[in-house]
Design a protein around this ligand. Structure first.
Ligand code: SF4
Length: 295
């Protein structure tokens, strides 16, 4: 297990209100070992060496507590945008659990991105935060097929376990939903997959699904992805090169019709999918507090 030095943990998010209403961001670990073949955090622009080896940020909780004390403006802290904070080391070292206790102590809200059902271990603290502040949990689910998920997200629990975790969080009153992102061209961009994800989201208590009809590919990430395609999906690498060339935004060929199907299915089950509606729904506590302060 490796440590990396960190001067700061918390950073303020510019225009955060536009992305899940997050005001601050933090990553307690550097790198991620979940091995998702499409991972954007592997891109050269982030300069993370040995991305697949997780490093713990040294003194992360001491630094975080100092920063939380100094931060006057309360808000929602996003965790896990660059590295899944519920990685195998978290089971033993409990850095994320420690951070949640601090978030609770200093009265901030929290927004967590994960693919791991380990998050259910921390339901007790999430419930405590949720009594006072805003909490949102976002599970990435790209397919409902566990065998396919093992190929594209090899080192983390499959989609069926993630759905069970969603159910558990939802039953405990946590606002939880799905990031259906990325949608991989020629792999997960089928009508059946989209319909099944929305149906299972509904059955397991997800309140929202946010999607992007494609994926991004940039330096480093692209090489890694194309190599993985070559191993697991014969012939697809050439198809990608032919269709997308050096493009950054790789939108699925049937994006328009697929999005209409996605919206129709979400409407059928009453699942939110517009960002502004998702933010409004989970930030009710903040709105109520502001109204009371005005009063
Ligand atoms: S869980 Fe997230 S950060 Fe980790 S490899 Fe997968 S996409 Fe990358």
């Amino acid at each position: 297990m490796e440590y990396v030095k960190a001067k700061t943990i918390l950073s303020k998010v510019k225009n955060g209100e536009e992305w899940y209403g997050v005001n601050y961001n933090m990553n307690l670990y550097r790198g991620c070992c979940h091995g998702c073949i499409y991972c954007d955090s592997r891109s050269a622009c982030y300069h993370i060496e040995n991305f697949d080896t997780i490093k713990i940020k040294e003194n992360a909780l001491i630094i975080l507590e100092r920063e939380l004390i100094k931060t006057r403006k309360k808000g929602v802290i996003g965790i896990g945008s660059m590295s899944d904070t519920y990685n195998p080391l978290e089971r033993k070292y409990q850095i994320t659990r420690g951070a949640l206790k601090l978030i609770n102590k200093y009265n901030f809200g929290v927004s967590i991105d994960t693919k791991s059902d380990l998050i259910t271990r921390d339901i007790d603290i999430l419930k405590e935060i949720n009594e006072k502040k805003d909490v949102i949990v976002k599970f990435t689910i790209t397919t409902t097929n566990d065998d396919l998920s093992k190929k594209i997200e090899p080192n983390v629990c499959g989609s069926s376990k993630r759905l069970k975790a969603i159910k558990k969080l939802s039953e405990n009153g946590i606002f939880v939903g799905i990031m259906l992102n990325p949608i991989l061209p020629f792999i997960t961009d089928t009508e059946e997959n989209i319909k099944e994800i929305v149906k299972l989201a509904h059955e397991n208590g997800a309140k929202f699904i946010h999607t992007y009809m494609g994926m991004t590919l940039r330096e480093n990430q692209k090489d890694y992805y194309l190599e993985a395609l070559d191993k697991e999906f014969k012939g697809l690498k050439q198809q990608y090169i032919k269709r997308y060339g050096t493009r950054y935004n790789c939108i699925v060929p049937n994006a328009k019709s697929l999005y209409q199907i996605f919206k129709r299915e979400c409407d059928k089950y009453g699942i939110l999918y517009e960002m502004k509606d998702i933010i409004q729904a989970y930030k009710k506590k903040q709105v109520q507090t502001e109204q009371m302060q005005l009063f």
